[in-house]
Each structure stands twice: as C-alpha cells, then as structure tokens.
Design a binder for this molecule. Structure first.
Ligand code: C2E
Ligand code: SIN
Ligand code: SIN
Ligand code: FE
Ligand code: FE
Length: 676
C-alpha cells in the first residue's frame, strides 16, 4: 500500500507563493494497493493533478466524504472522466445522489455528468457497509463510518496489503460527546491515518465541523497509530506556520511508534512511514545554510554539501570535483553501497584528476556550466559529445545507472567545481531510478546557494597557505604538503580518538572539531619563521645552544597566533605552544614554570605531536634521511606512554591503511610549485 497526498487544503484552494511548499490544492488522497487497485478519497482540486499522472486507460475508485465544494470540485477536471478507456467507480454518501447532476442543472458546469466520455459507475456508500474493491480476496476492503460534520459526512477505513489506512474526511472530533471515544475506535491500529486538523486549540471553532490537531495527537497515541498525517489546512495557514507546526510535532512523536506529519502535497507514505524518510520544511535550505555556516574547513564544507545533496535526491553515491589549474580534481566522495561510513575515509584522500572537456559527463558540466540529468548512463541520447566512463564500475563492481551532475560557480560566474550524484534509490524498492525534476530543482537550488561557502572555505585554506608560504621563504621543507599531511593525519587521529572515547558519538560535533584541528595543526610550526636560517637550515646536529633557540619556535608561534581572531586561533595557539610537550612531562617549553604531562597537555597538541613526529621521520630533512612508515611507526610504539599519548598511538595504528593515501595525495613538491 502506498498513499499519496494530492490536496491538503480545506475550504478553498489557495495556490500562492505563501502556500507553495505545502500546496494549495483541496482535499484528495490517493491510495495504490499492491493488488493494483487505485483508490481516491475525496475529489478536491488535488484530484485533477492526480489525474494528470495516470496512464491512458484503467479503472479507479473515488470515495467522497461529503458534498462540500472543496471535496468534489476536482471531479469534473479529472482526466479519467473524459476518456472512454477509463472506468471510474464513484462512491457517494447516500444523501448526495443528486450532486453531480446538480452541477449541470445549476449551471456550474456546462456538460451533464452522464455525458462525459469516461465510464462512470455510481455507488452509494453507507456507514458500516463494507465495499470490496476489485475482485478476489486480495483487493482492498473499504468501510465507511459516520463522522461529525455539518450536514453529515463519512470517513473511510481501508484494509489492504495487511495494513490499515484511515481517512476521516472533515470531522469534528469534539463534535458530540461520544466522538472522541469513537475516534479512538476507528483509528485503532491504523498504519496511516489522514485526519482533518484544520485548527489548533488556539483557533478552534466549535461547531464548524473540524478538529484541533492536538486532539488527534492524543487520540492517535491512545489508538497506536503508526503514521498520523494532519491535513485539511486552513487556506490562510501559510508555509511558515505549517513549518512551525511541523517542528513542534517532532517533539510529540514517539520514536519507533508514532510519526506525526503535517500533510504536504506530493508526500508519500507506506505503512512503515513517509517516503522519503527525510523530514523537511519549506525552510530546509535555510536550515542547512545555517548549519553549514559553522564549518570553515573545505573538507567539512564539501562533506556536508555532498551529504545534503544526496539526502534530497536519495542518491546512493556522490562525488565532488573542484576545478584546479584547468583540471577537475577529485575532492570528496560518498558511496553507501560500496563502503560504509567507516570505510569512506579511505577514499577521502584518493587522487583522481580529469580534464575539463566535453568528452566526459563531469567534464561537460564543468566546461559548459550546464546541469546534466541522465536517466541511464548506459543509454545516452544519440549525438551527445560525452560518454560514460565505466572504469570505476568495472574495477569495483558497482553499477551506475542514473546520474545528476551539477556545476558550482565562483563569484566571477566561472565553474569552480561539480557535484555528481549517482543512483537515486526508490525508498520503497531500493532500486535506482531517474532523478525527478523536483530533485533536480532542489539540488540546483542547493548548489547555487552553497557556491559562496565553498569559495570562502577555499579562500580560508588559501590564506593559511599564504601564511605557510611566507614561512616557506624561510624554510622550504616545512611548507604546503608537510602542513597538509600533518593536518590530515591530525584530523583523522582526532576522529579515531573521539569515536573511541564516545561509543555513541555526536557526528556533527566530531566533524566540526576534526576540521578545526586540521586547519590549526597545519600551523603548528609557524613559529619557525622567527628562527635564524643558520640554525634552521644547519645540515648537521644542533649544539645545545642552537637547540635552545630552536625550542623557542613554540612560543614564537603561539605569540604570532595570539594576534589572529579567527575561529581556530585558540586551538592553533595551543598546538603551536604545546606540540613538543611529551606525555611523560619531559617536553618543552616551560609554561608557567613547568612542562605539563598526560592529559594536562591539550588533546589537539598531543594529536599534533604524533602527526608531526611521524611526518618529520618519514620526510627528508636537511639534518636526516627519510625513514620508512614501519620504522616511524616502530618509534611511535616505542614512545607510547613516554613521548606520546598511548591511545593516540593506537589510533595511529588504526590509520595504517590510510597513511599511504594521505602521503600520495600531498606529495613533497619542488620549491617553485610549493604551497600551490
Ligand atoms: P622537525 O624537523 O619538524 O621535527 C619535529 C620532531 O620530530 C622533532 O622535534 C623530533 O621529536 C622528531 N624527529 C625529527 N627527526 C627525528 C629523528 O631523526 N629521530 C628522532 N627520534 N626524532 C626525530 P624536536 O627534536 O623537538 O625538534 C624540533 C625541530 O628542531 C625540528 O622540527 C627541526 O626543525 C629542528 N631540529 C631538531 N634536531 C635538529 C638537528 O639535528 N639539526 C637541525 N638542523 N635541526 C634540528
Ligand atoms: C531535505 O531533506 O532537506 C531536502 C528535501 C527533499 O527531500 O527534497
Ligand atoms: C522527492 O523527494 O520525491 C522529490 C523531491 C520533492 O519532493 O521536491
Ligand atoms: Fe615544532
Ligand atoms: Fe613540523
């Protein structure tokens, strides 16, 4: 069973910019049973739109709750009623028999109902009389029940596919003394209940035939309803107000027991819950941009953007490429089918480059600035200049089907990167299907709005590179790639540490901290700018006096960073000052007359110490040859509990597989090309 909300307004249609998100059409709910039977409940203006989605022939069943205009006006504009290849069974409450004819007789519609081209079979619906739909025992069974509404009304209860659907039509749950208990009865055990919640208790109008949503929430909780859907919105309830209601409902839900949703046109439900499962209001983009503003680091920004783009398109996988020096450079990827979140990190440092040219799908989007929405990459339209590169599929066994590729733009209007979303999964079947126009629209909104944030995060990184480049004039070995590697290893160490420390980690918090540590760790040796070249570049061993000067780079770094007012200034100062402290307390420099030990050393500095020494060991230095990874890890193991926090040495072991990828991604470069 699948339920689709086609019209969610009461009283009168109100399509307007202020109702665009939840929808302006009046009452109509579509139910598709697994048996293939197609049912509609009420025929408000939403029915017209539902009709447009139907094939050229077929059979359907429309159940009318009562004769008020907002529940029947869509009937005359329903495609099947105008097609001889369609049969429509129309179930009218017994007291409404004359209504369709009255439309012609009263001059409301120019053609008599019976002269419309479609085949219409009229039935009478009576409270308590079960209507079997379709043939055989598999078909849905619809049971009308009396509701409380001026001039009477019927609600409908549908059993199909081992699930129970309830539609109340217009119903005042507080309308007669027994109505509340009756409601708990007809809602009992409903998987999906779509109910009239035109009012809240604040604006409830007694006797008008509608209910306050709070009453439904209480009744549904008693009746073990799984999905409560509040509909028949007042035409003046604008999107902002319904968003606010939706936010309040989250707190009233019973996780795993009862979902509560504000009805939105186009929303779909299966007995287990809404499709898609993501909860979002008209302000989803605003909320996302607010969240995104917390992140500075390019990796974090790209990760969040990719996650949101996938969420709104149900994409199984996705990749972001950034334009660098005329090439598309792989920047970030997610793939739910191929690697779990735990494994994804291995790909965070993969190195892939491809030309900005029209011959690939990504290259085409980057070269032209056009979005490409491809239903199946294996049957591209004839004559397109691009082709699908299946080398990734071939090497991994993954099967790419649908693909949505969108460009990002910089403030000059030039393409700065692309996001490629792969395989939109139908939440019901889990099978890839094409990206819908609605998904493409939302994803385009998203890429437009986040382009500036991406540019900012790249600038932030570039400004850190600028500082490092100035330091590089002084000491070319300690530049971009070294800083990148120490930053990357420190960030990954932090993530492992945090996941060990907190069995149920707050992933957003970890992501946020991880990226502050990444940037701050890049600046750990910035104080070396204050050390004389004679010492810094001395080919051999330092004398005791020279080393004493050298140790000053920690305090110099901290004082340089004290001038900084950025988000990472505090943590960067800690790292600069403490990154040569040792777990056993025998490090440097003296802070307030002593050298801290153990957890008195800030975590960020303990992390950077491991990342920095590892990198110093495996890199060439003017005073030493590079060591192998194993030799360097051996030293870390030997120094666990002495120089290093033993937990962090364990974390480093866990990163063993990832280290080569980080070192491949940020190789030492020649002086001329250093620091980008
Ligand atoms: P760096 O080159 O970035 O090294 C950072 C840290 O890595 C060092 O901190 C040390 O803990 C570790 N490390 C580096 N190379 C080796 C090694 O060959 N063996 C071992 N066991 N550990 C190593 P440390 O010692 O406090 O040095 C701080 C900075 O002082 C170094 O930064 C480097 O710039 C400079 N430095 C240290 N020793 C020498 C030296 O003998 N000659 C010169 N020219 N500079 C040195
Ligand atoms: C979101 O979930 O934030 C985006 C809305 C959508 O699914 O289209
Ligand atoms: C969908 O989530 O099914 C399409 C996106 C939308 O609702 O706009
Ligand atoms: Fe240092
Ligand atoms: Fe260093």
């Amino acid at each position: 069973m699948e339920v689709i909300l086609r019209g969610v307004r009461g009283s009168i249609a109100n399509p307007s910019p202020d109702t665009a998100f939840y929808g302006g059409n009046t009452a109509c709910v579509e139910l598709r049973a697994d048996s293939g039977n197609l049912l509609f409940f009420d025929a408000g203006t939403g029915l017209r739109e539902a009709g447009e989605t139907l094939p050229d022939s077929g059979e359907c069943h429309i159940f009318i709750s009562h004769g008020h205009a907002d529940h029947i006006i869509g009937l005359w504009f329903f495609k099947p009623l105008h097609s001889p290849r369609w049969t429509t069974h129309l179930y009218l409450p017994e007291w409404l028999g004359h209504i369709p004819d009255y439309f012609y007789e009263g001059g409301i519609f120019p053609v008599p109902f019976d002269r419309l081209k479609g085949n219409v079979v009229r039935h009478q619906a009576r409270a308590g009389e079960v209507v079997p739909v379709g043939s055989g025992p598999q078909g849905p069974r619809v049971k009308p029940f009396a509701v409380c509404h001026p001039g009477q009304g019927l609600g409908y209860k549908v059993s199909a596919d081992n699930a129970l659907f309830v539609y109340t039509g217009d119903h005042e749950i507080g309308g007669r003394p027994s109505a509340r208990a009756e409601a708990e009865g007809f809602l009992q055990g409903a998987d999906i209940a779509v109910v009239d919640a035109m009012y809240s208790r604040e604006d409830y109008m007694p006797g008008w035939g509608h209910s306050a949503w709070e009453d439904w929430v209480e009744a549904a909780a008693k009746a073990d309803v799984r999905n409560l859907v509040l509909t028949h919105h007042d035409p003046n309830r604008f999107d902002r107000e319904l968003d606010a209601l939706d936010h309040r409902l989250i707190a009233l839900e019973k996780p795993g027991k009862m979902n509560i949703h504000v009805a939105r046109e186009g929303m779909r439900f299966v007995p287990s819950g809404p499709i898609p499962f993501t909860r979002y209001g008209s302000d989803w983009l605003l909320l996302f941009l607010e969240e995104l503003a917390r992140y500075r680091d390019e990796n974090a920004v790209l990760d969040r953007i990719l996650a949101k783009a996938r969420e709104i398109t149900h994409a199984d996988a996705g990749t972001i490429f950034l334009v660098e020096g005329g090439e598309l450079v792989f920047a970030y990827t997610h793939n739910d089918s191929l690697f779990s979140v735990d494994n994804a990190y291995k790909y965070a440092y993969a190195t892939v480059r491809m030309p900005v040219s029209k011959s690939s799908i990504a290259g085409y989007a980057a070269a032209t600035g056009e979005a490409l929405n491809i239903a199946d990459v294996r049957s591209l339209p004839p004559g397109v200049p691009y082709s699908f590169n299946n080398s990734f599929d071939d090497s991994t066994g993954y099967r790419t089907c649908s693909m949505l590729t969108l460009p990002f733009f910089d403030s000059m209007g030039k393409v700065s990167g692309i996001v490629q979303l792969i395989n939109s999964l139908d939440p019901r079947t889990g099978k890839p299907c094409p990206f819908t126009p609605g998904m493409e629209f939302n994803a385009r909104l998203l890429t437009r709005e986040v382009s500036g944030t991406i540019e900012h995060s790249r600038l932030e990184r570039k400004s850190i590179y600028g500082i490092l480049r100035m330091a590089a004039v002084h000491d070319p070995s300690e530049t971009g790639p070294h800083a990148e590697r120490v930053g990357a290893v420190a960030a990954e160490l932090y993530q492992r540490w945090a996941e060990k420390r907190h069995p149920d980690p707050d992933k957003d918090r970890i992501r946020y901290e991880k990226n502050r540590i990444r940037l701050a760790a890049m600046l750990h040796d910035i104080g070396k700018v204050g050390i004389s070249d004679l010492i810094l570049k001395k080919p051999g061993k330092l004398t005791d006096g020279e080393f004493a000067v050298m140790r000053g780079h920690t305090e110099i770094g901290a004082s340089v960073l004290a001038e900084d007012s950025s988000d990472i200034a505090g943590i960067a100062q800690n790292i600069a000052l403490y990154h040569h402290q040792k777990w056993n307390g025998r490090g440097y420099p003296l802070v307030d007359g002593k050298t801290p030990a153990g957890e008195d050393i800030p975590l960020s500095a303990r992390i950077t110490a491991v990342a920095d020494v590892f990198d110093a060991l495996v890199s060439p230095r003017c005073y030493k040859k590079p060591w192998t990874f194993e030799e360097a890890l051996d030293l870390l193991r030997k120094e666990a509990g002495e120089h290093f926090d033993p937990v962090l040495v364990e974390c480093m072991e866990e990163l063993r597989d990832m280290l080569p990828l980080i070192y491949e991604r940020f190789p030492d470069r020649t002086e001329a090309s250093d620091g980008q």
